[in-house]
Ligand binder design. Sequence first.
Ligand code: PEP
Ligand code: MG
Length: 604
Amino acid sequence: MPPGNARMVLKGIGVAPGIAIGKAYRVDRNKVSLVYYYLPSPAQTKREKDRFDAAVDRAEADLKEIRAKMAGEFPEHVHIIDTHIHILRDKMLYDETIRIIEEQQINAEWALRQSLENAQHIFAKIDDEYIRSRFSDVDFVAERVLENLTGQNKQSVAGIRERVIVVAQDLSPADTIQLQVEKTLAIATDMGGKTSHTAIITRSLDIPAVVGLENVYQAVRSGELMVVDGHAGKVIIDPDEELLNYYYERQYQLERYRKEVVRCAELPAETEDGYNIKIQANIELLEEVVAVIDNGAEGVGLYRTEYLYLNLDQPPTEETLFWDYREVAEIIYPEMVTIRTLDLGADKLNTRMRGSTETNPALGLRSIRLCLQEDITFRTQLRAILRVSGITKNIKIMFPMISGVGELRAAKAVLEEVKQSLIKESIEVDENLQVGIMIEVPSAVAVADLLAREVDFFSIGTNDLVQYALAIDRVNENVAHLYEPLHPAILRMIKQAADAGRQAGISVSLCGELAGEPLYIPILLGFELDSLSMNPLAVPRVKKIIRNASIEESKDYLNEVLHFTTAGQINEYLCNLAWRRFREDFELFADEMGNLPAASGNGQ
Ligand code: PEP
Ligand code: MG
């Protein structure tokens, strides 16, 4: 127990390691809240219409200002703002709100909300899916006017000006990629889980984060001093001097350890008895390739390409994608880059999808299913990937969420068609391009032997595999304690997929968050995988542990834990093993070992 006191200590899930000390900055990401009132006199009705007009005028002026800024930096997106300006005075929203104020004699806020609901009903009946989904634009515009009417400005995380700890009820992946890294000391949220995409991004941006705190947003005041301990999954509000000094000291020790492991990051991941495993990095954005190189990763094992689509209304163009992939491939060359095709959906929603009303999005139209339906978007991406493959020759392509052979063949057929059309246009494509799949749906594990015959590699995605196999929503903090990557079912599934891949002679990688968890490394080695791919910042410590390990011992450890019956038992075994066999790499994290697997930290 650390010494000293604090006004409050909250326990959550440490999702990105590191310790931050600084002032809280509360970000309200909820919808504007409204009050209803009836207007007893015609004079008040008139005043309400004037208020509405003024709010629309102000929204228009704001949008025009944004448009002017965008025209310089992102001319290709200006049309989105034009559409929003147009919607402001569209009959469905503007005339309808005025009509409701007059007829029902109610305040402008309620009238606007009502006209928005009417619009939603109209859109819901439209057959064309694309047009139907445009409702999100109307919703966005109406929210802007509502903010002006109520004076409640929803803050944008992009607008933060000082170095602060961002505190919110929830942050979407789209919010998180807008965070300005140099302004954000840490993140603390009420909601979320360890493998939510928001968590994954905070790890790759190297921002300490604790999620699932339940009421940190209510508990803290903006400007209050707080500590975020991403290792222990704790938030300390208003600590006294003794406690503060403890955290300053701990921050220093962790930083010193991190520098020490990074110094050896270039050394290969070879066990004491000569087994080599490739350690690669997962990235979400082009900007992260620097971290891949700096942390000694041997290529990119997973490029989550959907992040380029998140804050856009329209999918990026083929040229935008081409230059993005080309830059990544050229920087990483001669190592390989595994580009995963679009995995949108579930918690990764683009602007257009945010209006969607699927009741169970993790099981809905996401990922490869969405790509096979939105043929043009898929083909555009495949063209860009294939064009780069012909130039740099260090690309692999990977399909996400494949559930069986039929779906794989459908995706491969589209890939082949796109390839042939490029060849017809005399555009070079890498003839040796390897095509693989994520193994992240339980049905894919069950038929892994059949899938292995038709691909060049597997990459096991444990984040989704745990979610689907254990029926635990990976972003839901209420069931986060049940999200058990060490569940015997998961270890057996990894083994089944790895064995099927090996028997078919294809390479097998593991790219879920599990791969970057130092505590799990001794048994992961036992699966005899070809590579592990993880958040770039986790690479140096994982490599160091592997250099201290032995493949023969690891096979024995794995055999032993495969006979255990619960995740708790396996976790305890691993904690003891770490303490007994790898003490120098775990000593600094001893306090948190009791919280494992949620918070072993990645050693930054
Ligand atoms: C996974 O599911 O394990 C994975 C690596 O992909 P993502 O986290 O992007 O769903
Ligand atoms: Mg996945």
